[in-house]
Design a protein around this ligand. Structure first.
Ligand code: ADP
Length: 508
């Protein structure tokens, strides 16, 4: 099949979170299965890995020249390949829109106010480029709100055009909390007719909603884990779109993300002190732990449990719980290594904790890919007490690296982590620790019982860590499981086949 994936971020062209990992891992895995795959991402000159060479498509017959609202915006397309693959990558180049100090927001904090315009241009540029290059895809796969306009453009403007008659679209929701909402008048930036601004299509609670747009116009909708697919149809996790998702539930499917094992693999990882696999896990982890403690200025003690956490610092990720159990964290005697950035309140809390207990707590505020790998390799356990987690990648990376995750039983965390209960240990199913948060109704609010539960679970982890035999059983289970994209790419292939054969039947 000819598959075009579209995403606002992808490793190594720009990354703020898990979407970027998926947008490079999935196309690679599909290409390995024999499909003709291309990927469209914006060209972010400040964030693209400088070793990537690319060429401008001079032979482009129709340059990108688009009416976006009242402006005409010109751009172009650069071409390169995804490293370690034969996936063609098209970089949509428009310096005014994409050569900035951030991907969605300025380094100083606030979201760019013209994000709707930026990604409306991106979506229209992709459709124009697919047309000009005559890629004739079977499937265009949109990811998150930034590409939500694409299924709508396909359904309303392109489907009748040569090269698009059999093209079908998939919309994947990576995080329902981000919907690309803006005031109604931004409709004019999309270039879509105002008749689509209604509650069944592009409008939601009075605003333009680009994620909803993608959901309602796509031929199939996926999200990144089976549990999250069910959760987002409930008011608690539906972020105001649960009724829409219930309406489309027959077309909605949860497919768990995989991990890009070219990038995340302790046996080949260039960032870590000693490479290891299941057969050398004891020596490998001991060396990586000592090196991490040394790098971060922690006490270099081999037998103190070390918890890692690499994360956006937000309520979603459970930083409010950690703030509440500050005393218990310190009294536990364990060490903690934090890497992340986000809400100032949590950055300040973590930085202060580290400055008060420098031998026990380390904090790096910022984005550091190498350190993220070293924390995965050097930690004994990994904290992920998220309130919601569509899929979560770090718990999978942790298990690949023999690092035991402690998670809340939500979304993809519930689908990947099996709690170390007596029963699960006896049947060798356990690979981590998980617990339930108290259910909420309406807007999320902090619940102290969740924080106490987290403190209790940290003690549970420490108890098991003190029993090397059980601990080893737990981490071996994780490192030996298949976390690669292979099983999930096969599920996407099945889904694409289903819509492609339906398209052929429609055409017949
Ligand atoms: P989300 O997409 O919600 O942020 P995921 O767990 O799905 O969470 O993916 C997060 C990805 O971003 C992982 O690859 C993680 O290692 C990476 N990441 C998050 N914060 C940082 C950071 N400060 N430095 C380096 N990598 C980070």
């Amino acid at each position: 099949m000819k598959i075009v994936l579209t995403s606002s971020e992808a490793v190594p062209f720009g990354k703020t979170g898990g979407l970027a990992d998926v947008a490079s891992g999935l196309p690679k895995a599909l290409a390995k299965r024999g499909h003709d795959v291309s990927l469209f991402v914006p060209h972010y000159p400040q964030f693209i890995d400088q070793s990537i060479s690319h060429t401008r498509l001079f032979d482009f017959n129709v340059p990108i020249n688009l009416a976006i609202g009242e402006e005409t915006i010109a751009g172009s397309v650069l071409k390169t390949v995804l490293p370690d693959s034969n996936v063609d990558v098209y970089l949509v180049d428009q310096p005014e829109l994409f050569d900035r100090d951030g991907i969605y927001q300025s380094a100083g904090g606030g979201q760019y106010t013209d994000n709707c315009k930026r990604f409306a241009f991106f979506c229209r540029a992709i459709m124009q480029a697919i047309d000009t290059l005559q890629l004739c895809p079977d499937v265009i796969h949109a990811n998150d709100w930034q590409t939500g306009l694409i299924p709508a453009l396909l359904a309303t403007e392109y489907r009748e055009q040569p090269g698009f008659e059999k093209t079908r679209s998939v919309m994947t929701i990576h995080n329902l909390a981000f919907q690309g909402r803006s005031w109604h008048f931004d409709m004019q930036l999309t270039g879509m007719d105002w008749k689509y601004f209604n509650w069944e299509q592009m409008e939601s609670w009075g605003e333009l909603n680009l994620l909803k747009t993608g959901i309602v116009f796509a031929d199939k909708i996926t999200t990144v884990s089976p549990t999250y697919a069910a959760e987002i149809q409930t008011p608690q996790f539906g972020c105001g779109l649960d009724a829409v998702l219930r309406h489309w539930s027959d077309d909605l499917l949860g497919i768990i993300n995989g991990s890009d094992t070219d990038l995340w693999n302790p046996a080949t990882d260039p960032h870590i002190a000693l490479r290891y696999d299941a057969s050398t896990i004891v020596a490998g982890k001991a060396k990586c732990k000592q090196a991490l403690q040394h790098e971060l200025g922690l006490d270099e003690k081999a037998h103190v449990p070390l918890f890692g956490m690499v994360s956006r610092m937000t309520d979603q990720k459970g930083f409010d719980l950690l703030e509440h159990i500050e005393t218990q964290l310190i009294d536990s005697g364990a060490q903690f290594a934090f890497l992340g950035s986000g809400e100032p309140q949590f950055e300040t809390f973590i930085a202060k904790l580290a400055s008060e207990h420098p031998k026990q707590v380390a904090a790096k505020i910022g984005f550091d890919n190498g350190l993220a790998h070293r924390i995965e390799a050097g930690s004994d356990a990994y904290l992920m007490p998220s309130y919601f987690e569509p899929c979560g990648l770090n718990q999978m990376y942790s298990m690949q690296y023999g690092t035991v995750p402690l998670v809340c039983r939500v979304g993809g965390l519930a689908d990947t982590v099996v709690d170390a209960s007596t029963e699960n240990m006896a049947t060798n199913q356990a690979n981590g620790f998980s617990f339930d948060r108290i259910p909420q109704t309406g807007e999320y609010t902090f619940n102290p019982q969740d924080a106490d539960q987290l403190a209790f679970q940290i003690e549970r982890v420490i108890d098991m860590y003190r029993n090397p035999e059980l601990w080893n059983q737990l981490r071996m289970r994780g490192i030996l499981q298949d976390w690669s994209w292979t099983p999930s790419a096969a599920k996407f292939e099945e889904l694409y086949k289903e819509i492609v054969s339906a398209a052929l039947e429609d055409a017949a």
